[in-house]
Design a protein around this ligand. Structure first.
Ligand code: PMP
Length: 459
């Protein structure tokens, strides 16, 4: 394998540009080639076994190696591998998936527009939001308010709606008509303020921004229920009710980006259910098919769908793969597995509380400044001084050290700056949670040792 692997790595270096990767750095280290997976485990080309604490990219909710999903894809591809939903056509799996999603979504949401990914979904939303207000005779209402450090994908609209300034720096983003307010990140930005006071104050920035821009220019507010890629930022409990109040008061559409929180991650079907908010749009992807085939969608509330359906004319928007039958069939089967195995209930009542209990034990580690989590999602903030919430020098270097220590210990954990993230498959067992926490602790010990040995000193 070693020779074959070296050859694969050199071909990769020659021909493959990776997403979110410093290509020079990658080529120095050599790409990790993942060759197979089963349940919650991955194997790389060296035969190293890794517990996948991230469910791929927060998506493999039902775990790897599900033969039913492979069989469904095979059967559908033999029957009808592709047809589109343009020109008054569609396919049976597409219709059935739309019906199933309407059943699972909050009561006031009964329509879906299919896309190929989370980014496509947010591009679609940008257009639908503006089209909706134009249909209502208010085309001036076009500004979307979003949040700093939010993540909504990496297409032009997705990255603009997102609030990652390092992404904006490439490609002259954000596009006009999108403005950002602060995130509800108490640990990083709340200082000495009480978390709930902080939550209210940050939510009220939405009201200030609406008044500042003038209500007749503001179309919508978009946010992730829990910020995922930004570092698993869980808002204080005062935050979402205040956001809902403000959206209701000013008649602003609310977009809950469910790409990570959707399909059981929080112990509810959607993050909006968890926080008790009533969105007009929900972008979905990832857990919709557990990543087995690419598919996404935009779920649309009745009040918006009624306008689009009755007053919208021809919708000048759509993708070749909107409602792709093989992807839709796999997504439908995936949702059936989640329902049959009661995975959402399992996250709420059993494995979620267990992960949270074990995960919080890591709070006693000298490197850990805060442990937080909900359901099957968690974060550890790595710090130099717990009481002062002071970071180590090196701007994310400790996170990278810890991520590498995790991999060396057989665990995939993601680092966002110096925040370590987990989001394992919903089928993870109690024993596997124990293994995850044990490996994470060993990685923290190794990271601390590396710091003591001067790993940060070169900076
Ligand atoms: N929204 C959120 C909240 C996400 O986390 C992501 C991906 N991590 C996206 C949108 C973009 O999804 P995709 O990568 O499928 O385009």
């Amino acid at each position: 394998m070693t020779e074959q692997l070296t050859q694969l790595q050199s071909l990769d270096e020659k021909h493959h540009i990776h997403p979110f990767t410093d290509q020079g750095d990658l080529n120095d280290r050599g790409t990790r080639v993942i060759t197979r997976a089963e349940g919650v485990y991955l194997w790389d080309a060296h035969g190293h076994k890794l517990l996948d604490g991230m469910a791929g990219l927060w998506c493999v909710n039902v775990g790897y190696g599900r033969k039913e999903l492979a069989q469904t894809a095979y059967d559908q591809m033999m029957e009808l591998p592709y047809y589109n939903s343009f020109f008054q056509c569609t396919t049976p799996p597409t219709i059935k998936l739309a019906e199933k999603l309407a059943e699972l979504a909050p009561e006031h949401i009964n329509n879906v527009f299919f896309t190929g990914s989370g980014s496509d979904s947010n591009d679609t939303i940008l257009r639908l939001v503006r089209h909706y207000w134009a249909c209502r005779g208010e085309p001036m209402k076009s500004v979307i308010i979003s949040r700093k450090n939010g993540y909504h994908g990496s297409t032009v609209a997705g990255a603009s709606l997102g609030g990652m300034t390092w992404m904006h720096e490439q490609g002259n983003l954000p596009i006009p008509g999108i403005v950002h307010i602060d995130q509800p990140y108490w640990f990083g930005e709340g200082g000495d303020e009480d978390p709930n006071e902080f939550g209210l104050r940050v939510a009220r920035q939405l009201e200030e921004k609406i008044l500042d821009l003038s209500v007749d220019r503001v179309a919508a507010f978009i946010a992730e229920p829990i910020q995922g890629a930004g570092g698993v930022i869980i808002p204080p409990e005062t935050y979402w009710p205040e956001i809902q109040r403000i959206c209701d008061k000013y008649g602003i559409l609310l977009i809950s980006d469910e790409v990570i929180c959707g399909f059981g991650r929080t112990g509810k079907w959607f993050g909006a259910d968890y926080f008790g908010v009533k969105p007009d749009f929900m972008p979905i992807a990832k857990g919709l098919s557990s990543g087995y085939l690419p598919i996404g969608g935009v779920m649309i509330s009745d009040r918006v769908a009624d306008v689009l359906k009755n007053d919208g004319g021809e919708l000048a928007h759509g993708y070749t793969y909107s409602g792709h039958p093989a992807a839709a069939a796999v997504a439908l089967k995936n949702l059936q597995i989640i329902q049959d195995e009661k995975l959402v209930e399992r996250v709420e009542q059993d494995i979620g509380p267990y992960l949270q209990k074990r995960w919080r034990e890591l709070g006693d580690h000298p490197l850990v400044g805060e442990v937080r989590g909900v359901g099957l999602i968690g974060a550890l903030e790595l710090v130099k001084d717990k009481a002062k919430r002071e970071r180590h020098p090196g701007n994310g270097k400790v996170g990278t050290l810890c991520r590498d220590a995790c991999t060396a210990n057989g665990l995939v954990m993601r680092a966002t700056g110096d925040t370590m993230l987990v989001s394992p498959p919903l089928v993870i067992t109690h024993e596997q949670v124990d293994e995850l926490v044990e490996k994470a602790r060993k990685a923290l010990d190794d990271t601390l040792q590396a710091i003591e040995d001067g790993a940060l000193a070169e900076d």
